[in-house]
Design a protein. Structure first.
Length: 434
């Protein structure tokens, strides 16, 4: 998944784009490039390198960082020059007044202003990190769907072949007077439905290619490589080891940064109860004798209306408390999401094992047996078609649950900011496991 961006020095440029995928993903990308297939890690790398939304977010974060560097500094000094025009050309000589003044905020105001700006920049940087994770999740889900639609097309190809053989067998039996014409017609209908499903899957594949190209900022009509095999996923995930990682989630860190900024603004509101100063040095050229012309002074504003300052402090206090509650709520929501996704992961793991170890082998055996019995004139047509349909359903459901489990794992990885799946892929697709 994507790394945290809580160090403001990482905001400029596109460094630290996939800290958790570095060595493993590079190895996986090399293997996939050799085989001409697109791995999940490759998609993540390409999205990180080319996504325009992410690039825009980096610029926004850079802007916030640079703006923060301008805060917490003394304002520019002010130079005032005055001239007495009636003295020009007179016996007195021209007389000018020159004054240099510097505003001096009350102690602590500059530091509070600087902290507020840095907190805002940190919150923006963590928002970029959250976007990185969301894009990684979206890319992973699209890749999983890309993998699934290819597997589904392979299954469909086998189903079309099965109904093609069945149609030819039914027609042969009907022509030989051993079967009913209704069986041949039913088989052709089933074949047409399977062919229609193939068209639907092909269009789904086309739409997924468009979405993958958009995420990677490539021409939408570009050809997308077929997917590599599904990565190896863990059988056991220890939830206790993952909870601490939620406190490093960029959404929560952004909330904490906003809370720190609110604390700085509260400090600034409290400092508003005290006066600011203006230090001045002047040369008053209109005064005589000359010893009176150089003057120094210190001015200050009088915070007379303390009522409005009390209201400002109360508002800043309420804002800080609100942001503290929001941060707590976001952490709780992250924990809830993690617990929910872990539960879904175990559910899909159980269902996947059920299909792979029991339902799919039985469905395959049932189809083969029914087709053989029908060819030998033992089984009826409806038994064969039901067996083929059951096998298709079992095969599709297995692939659907495998793809869904990978998506759920991607959501868990997005929450904890760690990669849990193995970068090396399982060998073979559906066709190799039939």
């Amino acid at each position: 998944m994507f790394p945290q961006v809580n160090d403001l020095s990482l905001v400029s440029g596109k460094r630290a784009l996939f800290g958790l995928l570095t060595i493993a993903s590079m190895a996986s990308a090399g293997v996939s490039a050799e085989t001409g297939r697109l791995s999940a890690e490759q998609v993540l790398q390409q999205v990180a390198a080319g996504n325009v939304e992410l690039a825009s977010a980096y610029e926004l974060s850079t802007e916030a960082t640079q703006m923060a560097a301008t805060r917490g500094r003394l304002p520019d000094p002010r130079l005032t020059v005055g001239f007495a025009p009636e003295t020009a050309g007179s016996s007195l000589g021209s007389r000018e007044n020159i004054k240099l003044s510097q505003a001096l905020p009350w102690f602590g105001k500059l530091a509070a202003s600087r902290k507020s700006a840095n907190s805002n920049a940190s919150a923006t940087a963590n928002t970029v990190a959250a976007l990185q994770r969301n894009l990684a999740l979206e890319a992973s889900k699209h890749w999983a769907e890309w993998w699934y639609v290819h597997e589904a097309l392979t299954i469909n190809e086998n189903i079309v072949s099965s109904f093609g053989h069945l149609t030819r067998s039914a027609n042969t039996r009907y022509q030989n007077g051993q079967g009913k014409q209704q069986d041949a017609l039913k088989s052709e209908v089933r074949l047409l439905h399977a062919q229609h499903e193939r068209v639907t899957l092909q269009q789904q594949k086309r739409r997924l290619a468009i979405q993958l190209n958009r995420l990677r900022n490539r021409p939408l009509a570009n050809t997308v490589l077929p997917p590599a095999a599904l990565p190896a996923m863990p059988l056991v995930i220890n939830s206790e080891d993952l909870l601490d990682h939620l406190e490093q989630h960029p959404v929560y860190l952004a909330a904490l940064s906003s809370l720190a900024g609110a604390g700085a603004r509260l400090t600034l509101a409290k400092r508003e109860r005290y006066p600011d100063f203006v230090a001045e040095v002047a040369h008053v050229g209109t005064l005589d004798p000359e010893e009176k012309r150089w003057q120094v002074g210190l001015g200050l504003n009088i915070p007379f209306d303390q009522g409005k300052r009390r209201h400002g402090i109360a508002a800043a206090t309420a804002n800080k408390q609100k942001l503290a509650l929001e941060a707590e709520a976001k952490l709780l929501a992250l924990k809830e999401q993690l617990a929910s996704q872990l539960s879904r992961y175990q559910e899909h793991l159980h269902i996947e094992a059920l299909y792979m170890e029991q339902l799919l082998p039985l469905a395959k055996q049932s189809q083969q047996s029914a087709q053989q019995d029908y060819a030998n004139g033992i089984s009826d047509f409806d038994t064969v078609t039901a067996a083929i349909a059951d096998y298709q359903t079992a095969a599709m459901q297995l692939r659907r649950h495998q793809a869904d489990r990978f998506m759920i794992l991607a959501e868990i990885e997005q929450l904890i900011g760690r990669q849990l799946h193995e970068p090396n892929s399982l060998s073979g697709g559906f066709a190799a496991k039939q």
